[in-house]
Design a protein around this ligand. Structure first.
Ligand SMILES: [Fe+2]
Ligand SMILES: [Fe+2]
Length: 300
């Protein structure tokens, strides 16, 4: 018998997302030619989105070094992507443990985990194909991630997911549309954008319900955790060791990026959509907002 989702908006959304997943899903192992060599001279990220673009360090670099830096910036973001996805998968599985396995909502959660399994393999292959190291989170952030993936429920769980997904999504939409960039990173971005659009829809829908259900104490706590998540995600995008790949001292590279008005504008641009959305839901306020500002994601 056909299961009806009429009158159950949560089920109806999950049902639509399950159908969309059947229509457009990728298997990066077969849909990407991993053996194709990189195109000489092509950037991995629009140069204007490099964290050092426009700085004296950028001006002093050769064209080859600039290309190389964007490669390491992209693989650093891919390393961060794997980290976030591992946290996300565990949060979804933890929620599934208590869910009704016959519900479309629970089934979509598993489908999302399946997507993220393929994404993390794809990002791992990307790092390998680029010949870059895995840029791991600093020990303290690694610990915070362990805590989040083991404990987060309610608004902070889905808000943290959305911050990571939507910031990466902004970069990836631009990359997939830019024909001058490396074909490999454009294809990886395209696959991720298509599948993440469903995850964003699922998380936004769920977050609205979680916020409606949360009391003032839970909201205050959520704002703090969300602010800290935004701060960690932003700081982690470009690992300082990425600068060492082009002969720049990591601490000097990181300091130059943090002071770089172009990079600060890029960070605000990447987080604009999610910052506006979470602000509307009342999740970017109070002491938590200070962390958003310190991360350079919002002004004032
Ligand atoms: Fe993903
Ligand atoms: Fe995702």
């Amino acid at each position: 018998m056909e299961r009806t989702t009429a009158g159950f908006p949560r089920e109806a959304v999950a049902d639509r997302l399950l159908s969309a997943s059947v229509r457009t899903s990728y298997d990066p192992m077969v849909d990407i030619d991993w053996s194709a060599p990189p195109v000489p001279g092509a950037y991995w990220l629009p140069p204007s989105r490099s964290s050092l673009y426009g700085t004296p360090l950028w001006e002093a670099m050769t064209e080859d070094q600039r290309v190389e830096l964007t490669k390491h910036e992209v693989t650093s973001a891919a390393s961060a992507g794997i980290w976030f996805e591992t946290i996300l998968m565990q949060m979804l599985i933890r929620q599934y443990y208590d869910a009704d396995p016959t519900s479309r909502h629970a089934q979509y959660a598993l489908t999302e985990v399946a997507d993220e399994c393929r994404h993390s393999i794809m990002f791992g292959r990307l790092i390998e194909a680029a010949g870059a190291p895995v840029y791991r989170a600093e020990p303290f952030d690694h610990l915070l991630g362990r805590w989040l993936k083991s404990t987060a429920t309610g608004p902070q769980m889905y808000a943290a997911i959305l911050i990571a997904e939507e910031i990466l999504d902004s970069f990836q939409r631009e990359i997939m549309a830019d024909e001058s960039l490396q074909p490999l990173i454009r294809m990886v971005s395209r696959i991720h954008v298509v599948e993440e659009a469903r995850h964003v829809r699922f998380a936004r829908d769920e977050l609205t319900r979680q916020v409606e259900a949360a009391g003032p104490v839970a909201m205050a706590y959520a704002r703090l955790v969300i602010g800290r998540a935004a701060y960690s995600i932003t700081r982690r995008l470009v690992h300082p060791r990425a600068y060492a790949a082009v002969g720049i001292d990591p601490a000097a590279g990181r300091a130059a990026a943090r002071a770089n008005p172009h990079w600060r504008a890029t960070l605000r641009w990447s987080a604009q959509r999610i910052a506006d959305h979470l602000t509307e839901l009342g999740l970017v306020a109070g002491p938590g907002r200070v962390l958003w500002r310190r991360a350079g994601l919002v002004e004032g």
